[in-house]
Design a protein around this ligand. Sequence first.
Ligand SMILES: Nc1ncnc2c1ncn2[C@@H]1O[C@H](COP(=O)(O)OP(=O)(O)OP(=O)(O)O)[C@@H](O)[C@H]1O
Length: 263
Amino acid sequence: MTAGPLLRAAAVSLHYGGVRALREVDVEIMPAELVGVIGPNGAGKSTLLDAITGFASPTSGSLTFDGHDIRRRRPSERARMGLARTWQTLQLFEDLTVAENVRMAVPRRSGAARRRSDGRRDDHDVLGRLGIGRLAGRMPGELSHGQRVLVGVARALAGDPKLLLMDEPAAGLDGRERGLLGEILRDVVASGTSVVLVDHDMPLVLGICDRVYVLDFGAVIACGPPRDVRNDPRVIAAYLGADDPGTADEGGLQPSRPAEGAR
Ligand SMILES: Nc1ncnc2c1ncn2[C@@H]1O[C@H](COP(=O)(O)OP(=O)(O)OP(=O)(O)O)[C@@H](O)[C@H]1O
């Protein structure tokens, strides 16, 4: 455990050929903090998660997690250190039950952490914590989209991570499910796990996060509490593409830039 930030990304740049996906990005996540990352399509949000979790290599900059330099560590090593991630596309093993999916997701650790995380009881604990214990024996194909999202969250939480990074978990959820997701994420943070939430759902991100980073063209253009970010002229301009941004409605920022180069 570190006294300072749990995660620190300093001056992180990442280029895909000629595309500057991240430009000198500085991000700090404190222990037990819920941090949002927003920005128009193609702003670099997923790339930032990739850089932190090790699925993409920064061109320059430093990454420190729990007091350790993680830049040269593989994704699996970072997972064992306590970095967990959910993906835009839900990747469940379709021929395994929900409980087996959760058990498969626990990163192999040593000693007490492994004993704590490997038991069948824990599969049910984490599912119960998310209110989906009744789904333990079901197959993924039998689940609604919202239930699959929650199983993805359960998989990520199964290894008892220190930091959970989530890529657009609210996509495709209805209003009730989004509200439930928000409550679950606040509970996760209350239990001591930090969360980074990347999502286009502004009412959700601005409604539940402690702080929000705003990316545009790979650079951080604003950072702060939701009420400050919501009314930041640079943020409004990035979303509306306007020189004179005016003011935004409550949670009313909408991405205006068409999606480019979706992976
Ligand atoms: N594997 C890749 N190869 C080349 N370019 C990529 C790759 N992944 C992302 N990019 C480009 O990097 C930039 C940032 O993409 P990224 O997916 O991180 O944005 P995003 O903010 O997550 O967008 P969205 O909200 O649409 O998911 C975009 O211009 C994208 O086309």
